[in-house]
Structure formats: C-alpha cells, structure tokens
Design a protein around this ligand. Structure first.
Ligand SMILES: *Cc1c(COP(=O)(O)O)cnc(C)c1O
Length: 420
C-alpha cells in the first residue's frame, strides 16, 4: 500500500472521469463526501433549469407541447434517460412522484392479499419512510402491521443475508420490498438472486434503488424484477426534492395502477376527458397528476452527464475510491475504536464507506470544522461517500489524513457527541 500524498495525485491523473469534476460547482475549501444524501449541482443541471424556466416565459400554456422539451413528454423522456442506469427498457421507466409516494403507488398496485397470502416481506435495516409506507398500506387493507409486516433480521446490525431473506419468502407472503443498497452500511443486495427466488415462489418483488441508482449497475429487465423506485437527489444530482423515478417490468403493462389520475392515461386519450381511464401501456400508467416540471428540470442536464460518463465507468471509479479509502484507513488509522462497518467485498460494497466509533457525532463535527462534509448516522455511524463524478483520490487521501489528526490529538473531544 502506497500511502504517499503524491500517489493520490497520480491516481487522479490516470482517472478517465476526471474532467466531469469541472462541470460541478465545487467549494474548493471543502471536501464534500455527502453526495449520497444530496448530490452537487452541475452547470448542465443549472442550464436545464434555466431552459425550462424560459420555456414557461416564452410559451406559457403552449410549453406543454412546444419548445425544446415539451412538458407533456418530459417525464417519459427523463424515464428513457434513466433506463440504462437500471438495465430497463425506456418504456419501463418513468420520472414521477417521490420515493415514498412511488412506493405507495407500487404497493397499491402490486400488493394483492388473498386467502393465506397476506403478508409483506421487508427487512429491519431499511429506511424508515419505506417501512411507514408499507405499514400504512397494510392498514388500508384492514391488516395489522405487527402481524402482516415481516422484517428479515440482520445478524450483525449492518448487513442482510441473501439465504435468510429467501427462507423468509414463505407461502403467506404476497409482496416483497427490499433496498438495492442499504442506506447505512452500503451493502449491495443480490437483487438477481432475490428476484429469481421470488419468481420461483410466485411473489412479486420490488427494490428501493435510492442508494444504488447512479452508483451501481442493475439489470432489472433481464432479471425480471417486477418493480423499482428511487429518488434522484442522491447519486443522480437532481437537487433538493427533485422528481423521483419508478420502473415496472413490461410483463405488467396494461394493468390499472393502484392509484390512478389523469396522467395515468394513454397520452392520446388524456384530453378526451372521459370518466373511464384508459391507462398508458407502459410505466407511464403509474403517474398520477401533473408532473412537477421545474423539479424535474435539473435531471435533463444531470442524466445527460451521467449517460456520457456511463454507469460502468462510474462503478469502476467508485470502487477504486472506496478501495483506496479503506486501504488508507487500514494502514494509517489503527485507532482500535474506529471500525469499518461496510461490507469489504466489491460485489457487496455500494458507493459509500461506513465507519463506526462511539464518538461518531463529535468526530463528524470535528471533520466539518476542518472542511470535510461527512454524514452522521445515529447512534455511532460516519458515512463517507466519495462520488465518482466529482470527488478525487486526493480528497480521499486528505480526509483520511484529517481523520488521523483528529483521532491522534483527540480534538474531537472539544465537540459534544450528539446530533445537531
Ligand atoms: C433517501 C431515501 C428515501 C427518501 O424518500 P423521499 O420520499 O425521497 O423523501 C427513502 N428510502 C430510502 C431507502 C432512501 O435512501
């Protein structure tokens, strides 16, 4: 292991994606390692917001069908641009709603309790919003979550075991919803094996891709995964509250969505204003109302950039960045209280590193005071996400160096060990 500062610079020089960094607004006084909570603004995303604002200025109501990006077709266009990131067909993907509302929509569409098959299978490590949504969907069916929501347990508090999830796919399960990448430990689940097992048992399965889209490649169509949903403000750099996305496999096309609205319509029929819905023959059917054009606008620029970089190269650099970070931590930070809690194996490692320390909150504050932006996860987690499109190997080196200083001189003890 070469721990020299100059070696980090060499890695940056050899980096095929290094030019993308110049397309982002980067505060040179800071090291931003929180792109998995909110990705940075790029100049291209900014330009696409301006362009859509101008289309409102120039066309008013006619902006729905005129201009460079007619609003009536924007959700479909952005869906098609997202499709390569998840290995889906363009018509299987649509940009709409938010992560949580999309989960509500997909659960309303795919959860059909019948006879003995009434339960939803999830896990105990998922993000709270997903669990709240699933519980409220059960309640809408008059079913008690204590009895009908099955949450697969984690042995170590960080990761899930594929074979244990498969064992839990019993014949009383009507729907399976799992994350693609766990938000805390960054573990990548074996979505292919899980889909296969669910299919063999006749159970529809869907994944929350919030932490995997734009970070790891997927092959949802080839695997036959039934549905998926994600946000676009993390690795897709769409900005705060940017419009989310969903995928529905084409084998389900033609079904009525669980929650309908006039944007669920076949586009040619939408303005006939009939009281009987003719749903779109694609993932567009899962839209509800008028698309949030201005919150979708940044995605035109950012998805274009991600497409140019290519998800294969993004994943390759992301793994190199986290590999490098972990190796530096192993060789330079022998503080026994700092524990690497993300999976080590490349196949199971997502786009961020999770460190645990009893004084994690204080360490995060000390890092921030030195210009490093981490992400504190209660009670003891420090997430560091070096993002392939805009972070550098030198930033990784500097961060580990700063972390070493803070731990060696114990300056983190000047901060309260609690969340702000
Ligand atoms: C970020 C994230 C969410 C956020 O949901 P919103 O509806 O966008 O607020 C939900 N689930 C997971 C797994 C996430 O990582």
């Amino acid at each position: 292991m070469n721990t020299d500062h100059s070696y980090a610079r060499q890695l940056d020089e050899a980096d095929q994606l290094r030019d993308f960094r110049h397309e982002f607004y980067i505060d040179k006084k800071k090291i931003y390692f929180d792109g998995n909570s909110l990705g940075l603004l790029s100049k291209r995303a900014e330009a696409s917001v301006t362009s859509l604002l101008n289309s409102w200025k120039d066309y008013a109501i006619d902006g729905w069908t005129e201009g460079e990006n007619p609003w009536f077709y924007l959700s479909e266009k952005l869906g098609a641009m997202s499709a390569p990131l998840i290995g889906a067909k363009p018509e299987e993907t649509i940009v709409t709603g938010s992560t949580t509302t999309n989960l509500h929509q997909l659960t309303a569409s795919f959860y059909k309790p019948e006879g003995n098959r009434t339960k939803i299978l999830a896990d105990e490590l998922n993000f709270p919003s997903d669990i709240y949504a699933l519980k409220s969907q059960l309640q809408l069916h008059g079913l008690h979550p204590d009895e009908h929501l099955v949450q697969v347990k984690s042995k170590d508090g960080h990761t899930l075991d594929t074979s244990e999830i498969i064992e839990a796919m019993t014949d009383d399960i009507a729907l399976i919803v799992l994350p693609g990448v766990l938000y805390r430990s960054g573990q990548v689940l074996d979505m292919e094996a899980l889909t296969k097992a669910a299919q063999e048992r006749g159970i529809p399965i869907g994944f929350d891709l919030c932490h995997s889209i734009g970070s790891v490649p997927h092959q949802l169509s080839a695997w036959g995964t039934d549905f998926a949903f994600w946000c676009t403000y993390k690795h897709l750099n769409g900005g705060p509250g940017s419009v989310a996305g969903l995928y529905v496999n084409e084998k389900h096309f033609g079904n009525e969505p669980g929650l309908s609205g006039w944007f669920s319509s076949l586009k040619e029929k939408q303005f006939d204003m009939e009281h009987t819905l003719t749903p779109a023959h694609d993932a567009g059917a899962y839209q509800i109302g008028t698309p949030h054009i201005l919150s979708a606008a940044p995605l035109l620029g950012s998805l274009e950039m991600i497409g140019e970089a290519g998800i294969g190269r993004i994943r390759e650099k992301s793994l190199s960045l986290t590999d490098y970070m972990l190796e530096l931590i192993d060789s330079r930070l022998k503080d026994q209280k700092l524990k690497v809690a993300n999976p080590r194996e490349e196949k199971e490692r997502g786009g961020h590193v999770l460190l645990e320390h009893p004084q994690a909150a204080a360490i995060c504050k000390a890092l921030k005071s030195k210009g490093v932006i981490p992400d504190f996860r209660t009670p003891n987690g420090i997430r560091l996400a070096p993002v392939a499109l805009y972070n550098t190997f030198e930033e990784v080196w500097k961060t580990v160096d700063i972390l070493k200083t803070i731990l060696d001189d114990e300056s983190y003890k000047n901060y309260q060990n609690e969340r702000e």
